[in-house]
Design a binder for this molecule. Structure first.
Ligand SMILES: Nc1ncnc2c1ncn2[C@@H]1O[C@H](COP(=O)(O)OP(=O)(O)OP(=O)(O)O)[C@@H](O)[C@H]1O
Length: 263
């Protein structure tokens, strides 16, 4: 999988923040924006940094704001207050060129897949390379290898409407990483696939992370979190917390604790 290394790895991967949230709040609707009342915000004055080259899970109860947080990171949602810095740039919500430029360095696995129904599996996966003007002869080997990795080798010419939910999800994952993004954002990428394929996808993301990509992986799947031991950011009541996995581990070792599936 060496060829999937990110195209623009940071100079000092461990030191630099690829993403900073400075007092970022988000509320939906006119009232939240006008009043600036923290009680109206879904996400409240978030302050955190993500180091370039790191891997983080993002978790929290349903409705906690995981998708909303990811939307702000991929610049599809402006914060109601505060400043986001992405890949060394202060985000200006009015700067469309900045948004287009930075998005090309992102790989996003959307919860609802967002596949193009009129393109076959191969062409959907190749799309991020096509839009940057890459020639088919330069990408066809990589695209086929990646689709083989996610188990879609025999489906290259099928159209998305005939794929199962899990197959669509695997295609969405392939499309998100095919252009070697600097930052991968995955919203419940293992939600529709079985546990074994979930672990395989997890291994792919860990491998891409090992090659330099920063990964933020939103999930409810505690067994996957526990099995990987990667750091966890948890959204609760509009705030973000770093979860201490060593404390989780000692809790799991307490008498009477029932292990979760796969943990
Ligand atoms: N466009 C919107 N307009 C109004 N409210 C919204 C909008 N998008 C999300 N919300 C609300 O914001 C809250 C957070 O939603 P979000 O989808 O970010 O949560 P989540 O943690 O990703 O949930 P889940 O785990 O169920 O996917 C929810 O109460 C949701 O109803």
């Amino acid at each position: 999988m060496r060829q999937y290394a990110p195209s623009a790895p940071p100079d000092s991967a461990d030191e630099q923040a690829i993403l900073s949230f400075i007092d970022v709040s988000l509320g939906y609707g006119r009232d939240a924006k006008i009043s600036r009342d923290p009680n109206q915000f879904i996400l409240k004055s978030l302050n955190f940094q993500i180091a370039a080259g790191s891997f983080h899970f993002l978790t929290g109860p349903s409705g906690a704001g995981k998708t909303s947080l990811l939307k702000m990171i991929y610049l599809a949602q402006n914060p109601s207050a505060g400043q986001i810095l992405l890949m060394g740039e202060k985000i200006n919500p009015d700067d469309r060129d900045q948004r287009t430029r930075l998005r090309r360095r992102l790989g996003v696995v959307f919860q609802e897949f967002r596949l193009l129904d009129h393109l076959n599996v191969f062409d959907n996966a190749a799309l991020p390379l096509v839009v940057t003007g890459t020639k088919p002869r330069e990408y066809s080997g990589d695209v086929t290898e990646l689709l083989t990795w996610v188990g879609l080798k025999n489906h290259l010419h099928l159209m998305p409407p005939v794929l199962s939910g899990g197959e669509k999800q695997r295609l969405a994952i392939a499309r998100a990483v095919v252009h070697r993004p600097t930052l991968i954002l995955a919203d419940e990428p293992t939600g529709n696939i079985d546990y074994a394929m979930g672990l395989r996808i997890m291994r792919l993301l860990i491998e891409l992370n090992r090659l330099g990509a920063t990964v933020i992986f939103a999930t409810h799947d505690e067994s996957l979190i526990q099995a990987s031991g990667m750091p966890v950011l948890e959204l609760r009541h509009g705030n973000i917390h770093k979860r201490d996995l060593s404390r989780d581990l000692s809790a799991r070792l307490q008498p009477g604790h029932t292990p979760e599936h796969g943990a």
